[in-house]
Design a protein around this ligand. Structure first.
Ligand code: UD1
Ligand code: CA
Length: 453
């Protein structure tokens, strides 16, 4: 058996079929992560693997995303949109280094698994020159059809070029292929652009391999793993497939999801033990939820970490940089952003807390608003351990509330409050004995007297 240890992976992520969006296709998110990042996460990472990502012109954001997810990725620019084979050849320098295997994948098939990519390489060991990943499509429209000849793969026909008879074929090209790395360039260089779109089609590699007297084979997988995304509708379908997977994984890990279908998770959501998520919760990227925490209905969390036995919601919004200590309680209509909340902090009702550090066991009453922005810059608020902020108070940043300090309800605090001090900032209350009664009588009398004229 030949030792096929070295591998080059080329990921075509340039300008393919568009989605009527100014955002590059592969940057669209599924479960809070770009399509490209999903494929990169599934791509082999072992020592012998070299990764090349092909991006379109002016798609620096795509190249940045590739390097962010996989710092080992080399990026290549495909300056013109001339087809999938042309895209792969933009990484010619990487392919020419001559690894044993060449794996080609598309940036718009985010549901692919690492295991399938690995499985695709196996027939190369048996001497195949090309392995194509195929699937039975529910609706094959738009996909390349795999044409078999006596059980062997003879050609792939793109939808636009297929005859009516060929369009009946439901076995489709998933877009992922494995080539014998030592023959790959020779095969790719033979691909021409004589088809209805005048593009260089990667799929033509199959017929070329056959003409060269070499073998091309198919390996099948399920449609859900290889849904290609060319439209917003397909993006939504992929989201559903990914959400179903994530919910199942969460349930398997012991998370209580009362109504799984109503909970949206992100690909990177992390759960401790005995976490409960109530119905209708949306979790965006970068969320960690520790043991015993409860996320109540209609809450929205992004880039937040939730401590043990903390309780969030219902109707809470945790924005990026929210770090909640153990036992923290965040109640209804509370919004947090860039805050560190110590153990046992309570913010139970109707508050905005941004750019702040709140010490352990501090209590922010209903309607506490941190005024962190003066229209030009954001400022920080520090609230000491055990401080009590009375309801309907505004804390105008930058400001510091000392440990154990007490803020009277309705105060607008603009100056620091020392430890254990009490600060009240509001107009003196005036109380007129019998005033309400007199007012009522006056109004009743006025109403009873008919107006003149
Ligand atoms: C492609 C396949 C089709 C297959 C389907 C699977 C070809 C010719 N067709 O069709 O057989 O069933 O995928 O989803 O290979 N790209 C570039 N540069 C280009 C063109 C495309 O980088 O010039 C990239 C795109 O970003 C995309 C991928 O290649 O990630 C596939 O391109 P796309 O236009 O989506 O191909 P399909 O028409 O879907
Ligand atoms: Ca596609």
């Amino acid at each position: 058996m030949i030792d096929r240890s070295s591998l080059t992976v080329v990921l075509a992520a340039g300008e393919g079929t568009r989605m009527r969006s100014s955002l590059p296709k592969v940057m669209h998110p599924v479960a809070g992560r770009s399509l490209l990042a999903h494929v990169l996460a599934a791509s082999p990472q072992d020592a012998g693997a070299r990764l090349a990502v092909v991006v379109g012109p002016d798609h620096e954001a795509v190249a940045d995303e590739a390097r962010r997810v996989r710092p080992d990725a080399a990026t290549f620019v495909q300056t013109e949109r001339l087809g999938t084979a042309h895209a792969v050849l933009a990484a010619r320098a990487a392919i020419a280094r001559g690894a044993d295997d060449l794996l080609v994948a598309f940036g718009d098939t985010p549901l692919i698994s690492a295991a399938t990519l690995e499985r695709l390489r196996a027939p190369l060991q048996q001497g195949a020159a090309l392995v194509v990943l195929g699937f039975q499509a529910n609706d094959p429209t738009g996909y390349g059809r795999l044409l078999l000849d006596g059980g062997r793969l003879a050609a792939i026909r793109e939808h636009a070029d297929a005859s009516d008879e060929e369009r009946q074929v439901t076995l489709c090209n998933a877009g992922v292929m494995a080539f014998d790395g030592h023959r790959a360039l020779e095969i790719l260089d033979r691909i021409g652009n004589t088809n209805s779109k005048g593009e260089y089609y990667l799929v033509d590699a199959v017929a070329i391999v056959r003409d060269m007297g070499l073998e091309a084979v198919v390996i099948e997988t399920s449609e859900d793993e290889v849904r290609g995304i060319n439209t917003k509708a397909q993006l939504a379908e992929a989201e559903q497939v990914m959400q179903a997977r994530l919910r199942q994984a969460a349930l398997d890990a012991g998370v209580t999801l009362i109504a799984p279908d109503t909970v949206y998770l992100a690909a990177d959501t992390k759960f401790g033990n005995d976490v409960t998520i109530e119905p209708f919760v949306v979790i965006g990227p970068g969320v960690t939820i520790a043991d015993g925490a409860v996320i109540r209905s209609f809450s929205h969390l992004v880039q937040a970490s939730i401590g043990k036995k903390a309780s969030v919601g219902p109707f809470a919004r945790l924005r990026p940089g929210s770090s909640l200590g153990d036992g923290v309680k965040i109640g209804n209509f509370v919004e947090t952003k860039a805050v560190t909340l110590g153990t046992g902090v309570k913010i139970n009702h109707l508050s905005y807390v941004g750019d702040a550090d709140v010490g352990a066991n501090a209590n922010l009453g209903a309607g506490t608003i941190i005024c962190n922005y003066d229209g030009f810059a954001k400022h920080k608020t520090l609230i000491g351990k055990g401080a009590f902020v009375g309801s309907n108070s505004s804390l105008v940043a930058p400001v510091k509330i000392g440990e154990g300090a007490y803020i009277g309800s309705g105060s607008v605090i603009t100056r620091d409050v020392p430890d254990d001090a009490m600060a009240v900032e509001r107009g003196e209350q005036t109380t007129r004995e019998g005033g309400a009664k007199r007012y009522r009588e006056m109004k009743t009398k006025a109403k009873a007297t008919p107006k003149e004229g």
